[in-house]
Write a protein that binds this ligand. Structure first.
Ligand code: GUN
Length: 284
């Protein structure tokens, strides 16, 4: 069984990016800038944001923090408009979920699509669905980058994606089924209303678990030699647990991502990649 080490792979991605960023900063006289918006005091979001800021530092990207204990819809929209106009800001990251009462879709719609490094703006979602260049959401793009770096190509294989969220499941299914490197899979998108999920999984050469249920995918659902990618981060009494029951799945799978240290670090590395792409768009 191959352990798909996202922590180490993300480190490599960041190191490569650092070299590129230093060269770009020398050439254009400024660093790429990522504005990070955090509203409220959700402890998990605080951890994510801190990790994103640390990654920026690692890559030579300037992080421009906007931590607000609370904000009205109008204040938040005002801030986004301001960041859209700010020439130091190449990317805007608004950590989700927003506190109750704030309309996240309305805010996401306001972000300049050329600064939408999360790939959540309808323009970028549309471009993705058309297979056009644009920002891709960081988690699916990070997952595909991880597979690429381990030479695990889903082309012509059966892939099952569990979970149909806008952030992970839906875009991942779309990206895997498109043409291009590390894609071309035959994809089944499963969700809470799928009739026989275990049967779908047992057919799959690649399983991507993004359901948000601790240890949901068990060894009996996995075909011998399958690749299993765990996108889940569940906080339980046992600590951080993925959507995959690692101990039973490792007996069947050819490769598995651990939690923590699998997909999570790749998501953050991809945010850095997207920010550098945004910088190139703005200086070019
Ligand atoms: N919350 C959970 N995942 C994400 C993500 O990829 N981006 C943002 N902005 N918020 C999130």
């Amino acid at each position: 069984m191959i352990l798909l080490d996202g922590k180490e792979t993300a480190k490599q991605v960041r190191t490569e990016l650092r070299t590129e960023v230093d060269a770009l900063a020398g050439k254009y006289g400024r660093k790429p800038g990522l504005a990070v918006i955090l509203v409220g005091e959700d402890p998990a979001s605080q951890v994510y944001v801190r990790n994103k800021e640390r990654a920026c530092e690692d890559c030579g990207i300037e992080s421009i923090p906007h931590r607000l204990t609370s904000a009205s819809q109008m204040e938040l929209e005002g801030l986004i408009n301001e960041l859209n106009r700010d020439v130091r800001v190449d990317g805007i990251l608004m950590q989700l979920p927003l506190p109750e009462g704030l309309d996240s879709q309305k805010c996401l719609d306001l972000i300049d699509p050329d600064k939408d490094v999360d790939g959540f703006h309808p323009v970028n979602v549309g471009k993705m669905s058309l297979g056009l260049p644009g920002f891709r959401p960081c988690t699916p793009a990070g997952v595909i980058n991880l597979l690429k770096r381990y030479d695990l190509d889903p082309a012509c294989k059966k892939a099952v994606v569990i979970g149909r969220s806008n952030i992970v499941g839906k875009p991942l299914a779309m990206m895997l089924s498109q043409s291009g490197p590390c894609a071309n899979a035959t994809v089944t998108l499963c969700h809470s209303r799928t009739a026989d999920l275990a049967a779908e999984c047992r057919e799959a050469d690649f399983i991507f678990a993004a359901v948000g249920l601790p240890k949901f995918v068990t060894g009996d659902m996995v075909k011998e030699g399958a690749v299993v990618v765990d996108v889940g981060i569940n906080r339980t009494d046992e600590g951080l647990v993925g959507d995959v029951d690692f101990d039973s799945v490792k007996e069947k799978a050819a490769a598995v991502t651990p939690v923590p240290g699998g997909v999570g670090p790749m998501t953050i590395a991809q945010l850095m990649v997207n920010t550098v792409e945004a910088f190139k768009l703005h200086v070019g």
